[in-house]
Design a protein around this ligand. Structure first.
Ligand code: FUB
Length: 321
């Protein structure tokens, strides 16, 4: 039996709307926000690890909100087995709107025909799905990044459509990569370029603010820390060069992993993360039983981001500015 962390948040009705963690009836991880009109959709992986399991992730879920405090549960949008060529691991994903449809990029474990982690792309006519495999094969496989050192380097896709209408995809574990997508959203358009910033571990997230591109990611300086933190780099172009800007957060409570997802919604910026401080019944938070959180994010005038402190209050209280 794993002991309940003393800092585990109170459960039930006592927690005000907007307090962390924002989803309390299921374990969720790898948050990926998408703003469509007056709603923010939040795509997450469903953590179902049992005793002795590192991860057990079989499907992705989506929630939405109009006020950042009250969330609507839209249920599962896709199972990993809906990618017929994949065998397990519904890992980190991100959805993007383009050409009147919704494109969902997701990390999975490929079957033995192309061993290693891979990235698939699914499509739907609605942000709440259901999503279906858009090409019937992986968009990115381990063999496409031969310089990489391990079989799980091709995970955690993040997508951004630039001002010229071009969509880019970045991803990686230990090595970070970027490539342009064709307008059809299901093929790469040109070379894969390595852009690994300092201490990059996984979970990259691309966003743009004030003419500057941000690459925010889970970082791990193994000489100093044993758990991931969030760090970031900035650039004047998605092609780089990227300038390392340091750490944005500390590590997540009770969790080796942390995973950023960033969005602007109704004039405010938000940083979604996960920790492992939630308890549901007799199941305590763990490496494979995480909980999604959200904090306000502030861009400074000089292009830096104000360091983010992870709180229980989350966005249940007004921002400090
Ligand atoms: O949730 C499975 C994996 O753990 C993700 O792909 C990584 O970013 C880390 O959060």
């Amino acid at each position: 039996m794993v002991a309940l962390p003393s800092h585990a948040p109170a459960q039930g009705p006592a927690a005000p709307p907007g307090a962390n963690p924002i989803i309390r009836d299921r374990f969720t991880a790898d948050p990926a926000p998408l703003v469509i009109g007056d709603r923010l959709y939040l795509y997450v992986g469903h953590d179902e690890a049992g005793p002795g399991e590192m991860f057990n992730m079989r499907e992705w879920l989506v929630y939405s909100t109009a006020d950042m405090r009250h969330w609507t549960d839209h249920g599962p949008i896709m199972a990993v087995t809906d990618f017929k060529w994949a065998k397990k691991d519904a890992w980190a994903a991100q959805a993007i709107a383009r050409n009147g449809r919704y494109w969902f990029y997701a990390a999975v474990e490929h079957d033995d025909t192309r061993p290693g982690k891979a990235i698939g792309v699914a499509v739907s006519d609605s942000p709440t799905g259901p999503f279906v495999d858009a090409r019937g094969s992986a968009l990115i496989t381990n063999a496409m990044t031969p310089k990489g050192t391990h079989s799980w380097e091709d995970i955690d896709p993040t997508v951004l459509t630039d001002d010229d209408g071009t969509t880019w995809i970045a991803w990686g574990n230990r090595q970070a990569y970027i490539a342009r997508l064709k307008p059809n959203m299901i093929e790469l358009d040109g070379p894969i370029t390595e852009i690994t910033p300092p201490h990059f571990e996984e979970g990259p997230w691309l966003h743009k603010h004030g003419g500057l591109y941000y690459l925010t990611y889970a970082s791990l300086d193994r000489t100093l820390h044993s758990d991931e933190r969030v760090s970031y780099a900035t650039a004047r172009s998605l092609r780089g060069p990227w300038t390392y800007r340091g750490e944005l957060t500390g590590s997540a409570r009770n969790s080796f992993t942390i995973h950023p997802g960033i969005a602007e919604f109704r004039g405010r910026w938000y940083l979604f993360l996960h920790n492992a401080a939630l308890r549901i019944g007799d199941r305590a938070g763990a490496l494979g039983r995480r909980a999604v959180t959200v904090e306000y994010l502030h861009h400074n005038r000089d292009g830096t981001l104000r360091p983010v402190v992870q709180t229980d209050a989350g966005v249940s209280v007004p921002p400090s500015d």
